[in-house]
Design a protein around this ligand. Structure first.
Ligand code: MSP
Length: 504
């Protein structure tokens, strides 16, 4: 049996409510997971929460709660959010779970025994807000640290360090020998540039209890807890180990945002090497969303609440916009006008109109009974199916949607060219009308199959309106001719109701 395809997202800090950026990443991973299942692979999709560390501890204190009670309350919101997005995740990790903590401690003990750590003293300027020591390079021209670091204090403390630096050349060689390890390629080049031009410092993997107690205790020194990133990255392996019967490790894809590449493409591979585990096949890096050309920020109110958008427009409209608007890689910009315009043009007038008029005409002119097979649009459908399959295998989600809309537009154009409403008026054209109606209904069926990973709800609706049983979740079913003549379709209904323009 082939190995299960194992895909993960970053685990989110549980110090607030989910926003567009979090939703985007989970949707990318969900589409890839659904696509791989549709291609016949066994898949395991993991997402979850990063619950330890200073940020969470501070947020809990600010609300007058214990960190655990704070995390438990928010974890319920985040799990409900995953449901709202209809993610097909197979597990949901919380780093406060015993299964994860025990695994992290076992790895730490093993690495310590094998001599990968050493203890040393350090004096430096510490930003609690960013949970990091700052260096001289971080000072501004006036000698001060930027206000974005919050209060910066001078600290002296002992800590444990992981001998990261020793593996620098090995990592460069690995990335050069495995060109797909970091995607897109410009992110790979950035990592290589960084590794070739900087000396890798050893990584501080502990925090003294006096400064932070919300973390996993070091198994070999009770005076310290584990640095939150060392704890968080391990989730990918700890949860794989929690399902030993599935043989999940190594992961196939870690989907992450561009701000955390160094952790996933530098620290994590070296940690895995020390842990004597194989490396994930790919770190897939997406860009960041802005709104109206400015940073998304709670404090300035420049935010998009995914739940509000979904409640107003439907989940598939939200999934469609983020996937169609932005390729995996560059940064994107959300505008409400852009969202409305894609909804009207591509969903309501494009896909929705095609399905609605195709099925309504079949109902009206042939009582909903599918006519004899015809292959006039078969080549167009095959082209879209072949392209979609190939693009999905390369995680090119935006391009796959463009190809699918090539078929939507072709079929809408076919309606205009063949004018079935005119054919219906002329009894001598009955056979021609049969042909046209078959081509349209069958194109709708193919579209349901191709759209399934992206817009699962819409795909299921198209299937149900075609009167078909089951779910169109196998890409192999996109081949032309699946709709049997003589079959009676279901009831057509608008997929994307038109929305009035907002009142001026
Ligand atoms: N907890 C760490 C990740 C640990 S993974 C072992 C973390 N959490 S986060 O909540 O800050 O970010 C989670 C993910 O959301 C990251 O991949 C991040 O890049 C992504 N995004 C956060 N804001 C974003 C946008 N505005 N746009 C797109 N993605 C964004 O980092």
């Amino acid at each position: 049996m082939s190995k299960r395809f194992y895909i993960t997202t970053a685990i989110d800090y549980v110090n607030g409510q989910p926003h567009l950026g979090h939703a985007y990443e989970k949707i990318i991973a969900d589409v890839i997971a659904r696509a791989r299942r549709s291609l016949g692979e066994d898949v395991f999709y993991l997402t979850g929460l990063d619950e330890h560390g200073q940020k969470v501890q501070q947020a809990a204190i600010a609300e007058g709660k214990t960190p655990q009670a704070y995390c438990d309350a928010l974890a319920a919101d985040w799990q409900a959010f995953a449901k709202k997005l209809e993610l097909t995740n197979d597990d949901f990790v919380r780093t406060t779970q015993p299964r994860h903590k025990a695994y992290v401690q076992a790895q730490l003990a093993k690495l310590h025994a094998a001599g990968h750590f050493y203890k040393a003293g350090y004096t430096g300027f510490y930003s609690a807000k960013e949970e990091t020591f700052l260096t001289e390079k971080d000072r501004q021209a006036d000698g001060k640290f930027d206000t974005s670091y919050g209060d910066v204090v001078e600290l002296k403390e002992d800590n444990y360090y992981f001998k990261l630096g020793a593996h620098q050349q090995w990592l460069i060689d690995y990335i050069e020998a495995n060109p797909d390890f970091i995607a897109p390629s410009y992110r790979r080049n950035e990592v290589l540039g960084f590794l070739k031009n900087n000396k890798l410092e050893d990584l501080c993997i502990s925090r003294p209890l006096a400064r932070l107690n919300w973390g996993i205790p070091l198994p070999f020194d009770p005076e310290f807890v584990t640095y939150v990133w060392f704890d968080a990255l391990v989730n990918y392996a700890s949860i794989a180990a929690a399902h030993p019967e599935l043989g999940l490790w190594p992961a196939d894809i870690h989907v992450i945002g561009k701000d955390i590449v160094k952790f996933h493409a530098v620290y994590w591979p070296i940690m895995l090497k020390a842990m004597e585990l194989p490396l994930p096949k790919q770190v897939l890096v997406h860009g960041w969303w802005q709104k109206d050309g400015a940073k998304i920020s709670k404090s300035t109110g420049n935010i998009i609440d995914p739940i509000a958008v979904i409640n107003e427009w439907g989940l598939d409209a939200f999934r469609f916009y983020v996937l169609r608007e932005l390729d995996i890689g560059p940064d994107g910009n959300w505008t409400d006008a852009g969202f409305r315009s894609r909804y009207q043009a591509e969903l309501a007038n494009g896909l929705g109109n095609l399905v609605n008029r195709s099925l309504s005409m079949l109902k009206r002119y042939r009582n909903g009974v599918v006519p004899e097979k015809s292959t006039e649009l078969a080549a167009d459908a095959a082209k879209a199916a072949d392209e979609t399959r190939a693009l999905l295998q390369q995680n090119q989600l935006q391009a796959a949607l463009q190809s699918i809309w090539g078929l939507v537009n072709r079929a809408n154009q076919y309606v205009d060219q063949t004018a079935p409403f005119k054919l219906a008026k002329d009894p001598a054209q009955a056979q021609r009308l049969d042909e046209v109606l078959y081509n349209l209904a069958e194109t709708c069926r193919v579209l349901a199959v191709l759209l399934n990973p992206f817009l699962p709800g819409t795909s299921a609706k198209i299937y149900a309106q075609l009167g078909l049983i089951g779910t169109p979740d196998k890409l192999a079913d996109a081949s032309w001719g699946g709709l049997p003549p003589g079959h009676t379709i279901g009831e057509p209904a608008a997929l994307f109701p038109r929305k009035d323009e907002p009142k001026k």
